[in-house]
Design a protein around this ligand. Structure first.
Ligand code: ADP
Ligand code: 5GP
Length: 238
């Protein structure tokens, strides 16, 4: 994975990001609690590319930065693409309950820090976790209000082309990813939305529409609606 420094976890200048409209703020001192979103897809489908684009387009939406015991690949930077830690450190974090979810993927450990997620939600930002199906299951079990989006490639053949096009893997690693993809795709049934990543920009548009629709749901929109309704209270009852 590679990403721009600004794409993850809402830290630093978010270059290319649409200016905030303050949609995270409910007004009158009330902060809307953010939405917890999860995106999963077989490796090579394009989920990282899609979500990096999505967070540039949607204000008050950040992408979570995972922890991993995997060594950084060429071109990846600690604190940007992932928080790279030793296996021992990762296991200590598991033991003290630092993770909202974690999983072993291709022999490496990956996890989402619970306090990072909580900070964004409490400050009124929506956060999107780009994680595998095992991790998504744990998040759903712990947080019933999670919004799950599953991204499918147009076909197995297209997935293979994308993985080869990205060409970061040995042939053996490629075969492992393809086999895992065969197992993972059936997991789509557990998500709230399914989106096919055929053409990049139109797929991003569909993800954006989902986020905006979720924000307009009653539970999310309640604080701002209450505040507006409050302005309708008559002061001159004579
Ligand atoms: P993932 O995070 O799911 O493993 P990536 O975001 O790394 O996948 O994308 C895999 C490859 O597919 C990358 O080379 C990316 O540029 C390419 N890609 C992503 N979406 C599309 C698309 N809609 N059409 C063509 N290529 C795509
Ligand atoms: P990669 O090593 O190619 O960056 O990622 C391999 C897989 O790990 C991908 O399917 C990716 O979605 C998943 N992954 C990345 N971060 C996390 C995480 O924090 N938790 C879980 N469960 N999976 C993750």
């Amino acid at each position: 994975m590679s990403s721009s420094p600004s794409a993850r976890d809402g830290e630093g200048p978010r270059s290319g990001q649409a200016p905030s409209t303050g949609s995270g703020q409910a007004g009158a001192g009330q902060v809307r609690r953010g939405l917890l979103l999860v995106v999963s897809a077989p490796s090579g489908t394009g989920k990282t590319t899609l979500v990096e684009r999505l967070v540039q387009l949607v204000p008050d939406l950040v992408m979570s930065r995972s922890y991993t015991s995997r060594p950084a690949r060429e071109g990846e930077t600690n604190g940007i693409d992932y928080n790279f830690v030793s296996r021992q450190r990762f296991e200590e974090m598991v033991a003290i309950g630092d993770f909202l979810e974690w999983a072993s993927v291709f022999g490496n450990l990956y996890g989402t820090c619970a306090s990072d997620v909580e900070r964004h939600l409490a400050e009124g930002r929506d956060i999107v976790l780009v994680i595998d199906v095992q991790g998504a299951r744990q998040v759903r079990e712990r947080r019933v209000d999670t919004v799950g989006m599953f991204v499918l490639p147009p076909s197995f053949e297209v997935l293979e082309q994308r993985l080869r096009g990205r060409s970061k893997d040995s042939e053996a690693a490629m075969q492992r990813r393809l086999q895992r993809a065969r197992d993972e795709v059936a997991g789509f049934v557990d998500y709230d939305y399914v989106v096919v990543n055929d053409e990049l920009e139109s797929c991003v548009e569909r993800l954006r529409a989902i986020v905006l629709a979720e924000r307009a749901k009653l539970r999310q929109a309640w604080p701002v609606a209450e505040q507006i309704v409050g302005t309708f209270t008559r002061k001159d009852t004579q």
